[in-house]
Design a protein around this ligand. Structure first.
Ligand code: ATP
Ligand code: MG
Length: 382
């Protein structure tokens, strides 16, 4: 959907190109995050997509067509732009800011009004409370929401977002990021997103383009980036805690042990013993008569029970459980918090899905690193 082919941008005042030989593809419906230190060329890269700047050399294709050969107005109508530091028009109300592009497109005022309210709602602002405010009457987070609403107004298939959540506190930022991810699941735009925060890049990006001094250093999925940084610069940029960061990208099902012996709490000791005999493990999952998991019993405890039913007083509840959508990072956190080496995964609160073991997490992450040992990434800058 968006293709950079050997694109460079030189400003007369600079000795090196601001963007230097950039080649990459952003697939339709995906979010590509450009990340890198200040001055590395992120904003320049975005501004060449909607032709605020023209490349000095190379080509950019939007929807398969050379951007420079398309009518400039038409090209821009298909591209929403969230400007660094929001860039709201200070003398326009919130309503007028969001209505800018639809009005330019000649929509009738009734349709504009419906759209503006719908968008404000979409980005989590109460329309009644906010339409007639001026940008100076908004908080940082509210301004950024209006900036996103304005960029989405004419429902463009492509969005360029330049540090859209830059100027807010960490809590609002997390909230805006989460809302944005939910929204993007629904609308599936092709997005070029700029940040200099690597954690934001990892969270938001389907792919991440790491830039340094105008050059693309690595273009990869967040997972590959963390597991196999292309060079020392990338490794430093993503931080020494990258093995912890990668845990939050790895889903539980990869290490879930689903094969488990289950006994009813009403079973006779004989049945429990037989189950242990058929199992290599030292624990059995215990269910009630409605197949709800109530806890577990250990082999040694079950052996202590003298009478047929007496074993079930040794049933222990799990100290913690995890939902199936949890990540390995969540699993590790729960294990550390409760000082256990295994945690059950439960769908809703009672349907047992399997166990996650600390050892399995360790070997899974270790293998993930090993698999990516060979080089497989873009060339490093010379
Ligand atoms: N209009 C311009 N004229 C001349 N030089 C420019 C212009 N715009 C940007 N530059 C220079 O080009 C380089 C890249 O700037 P750019 O704005 O693309 O960086 P950035 O990665 O977006 O940085 P930041 O994270 O600080 O926003 C910088 O050295 C900057 O000084
Ligand atoms: Mg910038």
């Amino acid at each position: 959907m968006i293709r950079f082919s050997n694109v460079s941008k030189r400003y007369p005042s600079m000795t090196r190109p601001a963007v230097d030989g950039l080649s990459l593809d952003v697939e339709e419906g995906q979010t590509c995050v450009f990340v890198g230190p200040s001055g590395c060329g992120k904003t320049t890269t975005l501004k060449m997509i909607n032709r605020i700047f023209e490349p000095s050399s190379g080509k950019i294709y939007v929807n398969g067509r050379d951007a420079l050969s398309q009518d400039q107005d038409q090209l821009r109508q298909g591209i929403g732009y969230v400007i660094q530091k929001t860039g709201l028009f200070p003398h326009y109300t919130v309503f007028e800011n969001v209505a800018t592009v639809p009005r330019l497109l000649g929509w009738d005022e009734k349709r504009v009004a419906v759209r503006v309210r719908e968008l404000l709602q979409l980005v989590g602002l109460d329309p009644d409370e906010n339409v007639s405010k001026y940008p100076r009457e908004l908080s940082g987070g509210q301004s950024q929401r209006v900036g996103v609403a304005r960029a989405m107004a004419a429902d463009p298939p492509v969005m360029l977002m330049d540090e859209p959540f830059g100027a807010v506190d960490p809590i609002t930022r997390t909230q805006l990021q989460n809302e944005f991810l939910t929204l993007q699941q629904k609308v599936r735009k092709t997005i070029c997103f700029v940040t200099h925060d690597i954690d934001e890049a990892i969270k938001m990006g389907d792919r991440i383009a790491i830039m340094n001094n105008g050059r693309l250093v690595q273009y990869d999925t967040p997972e590959n980036l963390l597991l196999a940084p292309a060079d020392e610069f990338v490794a430093q940029f993503i931080g020494s805690d990258r093995s912890l960061k990668v845990l939050s990208l790895l889903p539980l099902p990869k290490v879930l042990k689903r094969q488990f012996r289950v006994v009813r709490e009403s079973a006779e000791l004989q049945t429990v013993r037989a189950s242990f005999d058929r199992s290599e493990r030292n624990r059995l999952i215990v269910e009630d008569d409605h197949s709800n998991v109530v806890g577990y019993v250990t082999r040694s405890d079950a052996e202590k029970a003298g009478s047929a039913r007496g074993w079930n007083r040794f049933i222990k509840p799990f100290p913690a459980t995890l939902p199936p959508e949890a990540t390995l990072r969540d699993a590790l956190a729960v294990m550390l918090q409760h000082d256990v080496g295994a945690v059950p995964v439960m769908e809703s609160s009672h349907t047992f899905m399997g166990m996650v073991y600390l050892d399995d997490i360790r070997s899974y992450v270790g293998e993930a690193y090993q698999e990516r040992e060979p080089e497989q990434t873009v060339e490093a800058p010379s």
